[in-house]
Write a protein that binds this ligand. Structure first.
Ligand code: PMP
Length: 398
């Protein structure tokens, strides 16, 4: 019998989504889930994605055969090039595999580290971080600890705390870094600050796992957003990287991603890739086809890729404009000066609202956000932003 099984607590983010769906009030607004919405509050299928879908359906050779264990070669090659840039790809030996979006890439990374990492098998995560990070690494038998990241006083980066914690971690530990658009805080280091972080990590020979779930979403440019990853690789780091195409191509449910790791030689790359295959074979055998064919078609076609870059700018531009409008409404209409809202970057704003405020927003105003005060800016639009600003002001002043 399974009588000994107790219900698990709901996922902090997906649980809120359920509460939102059950709410019958017309004014309800979902700011909890990090998924892009257009100015009408609707999911947006990128026109480049639509076009790639059509092209695939027109292809007479299409079939539903299994993919190779590490995914479609062309997709993987192009995904890796998008992250590291063509020059670094040519100069380095990179083992890679298509993954079940960013989560799956992290899960493969975790399994790999559990099996083969010879240093201290402890993963240092930023405080705070995406709520799924600890669970993913624990599942593979790794321990996690945190390093200071967010300064609650300035609502910006606690660089000093971060550097101290990485400095005091046991040498050769594992450090997870968000490549760009840090979730949940929207706080990214500047290039100078990245330089200092790189120095400490170098000094203690920590291994870096980059989580890049938002390439192109922070600044609108895939090149600029990938800069920290490339900078670490240029400095000689054998980074590991989890890429996701959920947000930047809007392929959330298709589970399109890529796991990659820098190796020291072609021989090492071959050995690592063969072991990656063994890990993947036992976990899910091979990745799904359709989503990676769409992403692969876009990445391989210079016209479609250029179109996609424009659409990325459109998404990040709309988010940015909402960010500025929220800041201005709070300041001009309600005399609340929240500069962090406009300084933060990417899909989220970390408002500084407490759990009590957030519960009140859900119960009295039908606005759903995670209890840490994080909002998905993409959930804001011209029709709801004033109501959101008014409601934030009402609970903040309560
Ligand atoms: N890492 C971070 C920081 C994220 O915010 C997300 C998505 N919320 C992911 C990884 C993974 O997302 P997915 O598996 O949908 O690619």
């Amino acid at each position: 019998s399974w009588a000994h099984v107790r219900p698990a607590p709901p996922d902090p983010i997906l649980g809120l989504n359920e509460a939102y769906l059950a709410d019958t009030d017309k004014r309800k607004i979902n700011l909890s889930v990090g998924a892009y919405r257009d100015n009408q509050g609707q999911p947006w299928v990128l026109p480049s994605v639509r076009r790639a879908e059509e092209l695939r359906l027109q292809n007479e050779d299409r079939h539903h055969e299994y993919n190779p264990i590490t995914g479609k070669n062309d997709f993987v090659r192009n995904a890796v090039a998008l992250a590291y840039g063509e020059d670094l790809c040519a100069a380095r030996h990179i083992a890679a595999a298509q993954s079940l979006s960013g989560t799956g890439a992290l899960r493969v990374a975790a399994e790999w580290l559990h099996l083969y990492f010879k240093g201290n098998p402890v993963v240092y995560l930023p405080q705070p971080t995406w709520s799924n990070h600890p669970a993913i690494f624990h599942k593979a038998g790794l321990q996690t600890r945190t390093y200071r990241y967010f300064d609650t006083r300035t609502k910006g980066l606690d660089l000093k705390g971060m550097l101290e914690d990485l400095d005091h971690a046991e040498p050769m530990s594992i450090v997870l870094l968000h490549a760009c658009a840090h979730n949940p805080t929207g706080v990214d280091p500047s290039r100078d600050e990245w330089g200092e972080i790189l120095e400490v990590i170098n000094h203690w020979q920590h291994l870096v796992v980059f989580d890049m779930a938002y390439q192109g979403f922070a600044t609108g440019s895939v090149e600029r957003d990938a800069w920290p990853v490339r900078e670490f690789v240029r400095a000689g780091h054998q980074v590991m990287l989890a890429q996701s195409f959920a947000k930047n191509m809007g392929l959330y449910g298709q589970r399109v991603g890529c796991f990659s790791m820098i190796c020291q030689s072609e021989e090492e790359r071959g050995a690592c890739e063969s072991q990656l295959k063994k890990i993947i074979r036992a976990m899910y055998s091979s990745p799904p086809g359709f989503g990676s064919e769409i992403a692969g078609t876009i990445l391989a076609d210079s016209n479609l890729k250029a179109q996609w870059f424009k659409e990325l700018e459109e998404m990040s531009g709309r988010i940015n404009s909402m960010r500025m409008q929220l800041y201005t409404l709070l300041k001009d209409k309600h005399h609340l000066d929240w500069p962090h809202v406009k300084q933060q970057i990417g899909m989220f704003a970390y408002t500084g609202l407490g759990a009590g405020h957030c519960q009140k927003l859900a119960a009295d105003y039908h606005i759903y956000l995670t209890l840490d005060g994080r909002i998905s800016i993409a959930g804001l639009n011209d029709s709801n932003i004033e109501y959101v600003a008014d409601s934030f002001a009402a609970v903040a002043k309560d």
